[in-house]
Design a protein around this ligand. Structure first.
Ligand code: FE2
Ligand code: FE2
Length: 376
């Protein structure tokens, strides 16, 4: 088995849309700040951000908190991140010793950033701000979070330290969204008796292949990040949801379909794209629409070719084909794992993306494991 080169870099965080330079250079309000020297509070050396230590009466409670908490000073420099925060933002370059805006600025609207600064500097709303944001990096699944900023010392007349509390609502919103679309998936599963666990397996294979691409060819496929891998599993399982619109007598016909019936069957890709057009991730629609397109343009519905076919659909195309070949269908016998792989490799560069199919070849035995563990 060829060795897979892991060539992914640790994420780099460029300054956001609003950066510290802007704060320092252009905002008159900052000129008004006089940071109180507070004994034992902050010992930061801006030339050496690593040399930051922080302690405050609240530190122990922050340390134990299940909520991710940062402490920032009046210049919006992060002076403390509790363990929950370090965990939530794993993969981020060091938090403490960096400006909040440098690390998180790009995840907020400019208007929000302005408001945060005014809250802290001018004391608007009792030095408190709340909002929402989505925070992501290439190696981290997007975190959807409510953000609360308020003084560490509530009674202080002019607070010098502020708590930034992140309330992670990622799972909540993801579950809500998926619950809606899962019911749709169940409806399509009921209608298509032939499907069985096919859709579940296609989700598993697609995730596996995406993950392998991320680790082995990450630079070549920058679109494949932690979110992509997380999403493709669920969205690949919805690839045939458009079959909800295929007449039952065609969908469940015993024996081969006529050309006319195939044409109706092929409509499922466009129907799926229509059904998933409201899903708030274009990958859903891409997969439904293009999972039957071929690398050489010989697929359907639009005969698009090569890299014009979305990468998500090229992945699902391999996953779907592997499973379809392994399965018994009313019009065909099942193939063994070896025969399936051989058949698929023959279609390298015609049916399948030549690079992706080679990666599939490397991990094909894992496809077999998924098939055997999840067979009908
Ligand atoms: Fe399909
Ligand atoms: Fe399928």
């Amino acid at each position: 088995m060829p060795e897979i080169q892991k060539d992914l870099d640790a994420p780099e965080f460029a300054a956001g849309t609003v950066d510290a330079a802007e704060i320092e250079d252009s905002d008159e309000v900052l000129d008004l700040i006089e940071i109180d020297e507070k004994e034992g509070s902050l010992k930061a050396n801006q030339d050496n951000p690593e040399a930051v230590s922080y302690s405050s009466p609240a530190t122990n409670s922050f340390k134990a908190s299940v909520f991710p908490v940062l402490v920032i000073d009046r210049q919006l420099m992060i002076i403390y991140a509790n363990p929950a925060c370090e965990k939530l933002f794993t993969g981020f370059s060091r938090l403490t010793g960096h400006y909040f805006i440098d690390v998180f600025g790009k995840f907020f609207d400019v208007a929000d950033i302005r408001k945060i600064r005014e809250t802290i500097i001018k004391g608007e709303n009792g030095y408190s701000w709340k909002g929402e944001t989505r925070i992501k990096s290439r190696d981290m699944v997007t975190v959807q979070t409510r953000v609360y900023i308020f003084p560490v010392e509530q009674d202080a007349k002019q607070p010098v330290e502020f708590e930034v509390l992140f309330d992670d609502v990622t799972e909540e919103s993801k579950e809500l969204l998926r619950a809606v679309f899962l019911s749709l998936l169940e409806a399509s599963r009921l209608k298509d008796n032939d499907t069985g666990k096919h859709i579940t397996r296609v989700g598993f294979y697609s995730r596996l292949l995406a993950k392998e691409l991320y680790y082995s060819l990450g630079r070549q496929y920058p679109a494949i990040d932690a979110d992509f891998i997380e999403n493709i599993s669920f969205l690949a399982s919805m690839h045939d949801v458009g079959k909800i619109g295929t007449p039952d007598d065609i969908l469940n016909k015993q024996g081969p379909l006529s050309e006319w019936e195939w044409n109706i069957m092929r409509e499922h890709s466009k129907n799926g794209a229509f059904i998933l057009s409201t899903y708030p991730n274009p990958m859903a629609k891409e997969i439904a629409l293009s999972h039957h397109e071929h690398w050489d343009g010989g697929g359907y519905p639009f005969h698009i070719e090569g890299e014009k076919i979305p990468i998500s659909a090229r992945i699902v195309s391999i996953a779907d084909a592997y499973d379809a070949l392994r399965m018994v269908r009313s019009y065909k016998k099942a193939l063994s794992h070896e025969a399936t792989v051989a058949r698929m490799m023959e279609a390298k560069g015609t049916h399948f993306d030549p690079v992706l199919i080679e990666v599939f070849h490397i991990i094909a035995s894992d496809f077999n494991d998924i098939y055997e563990k999840n067979c009908d």
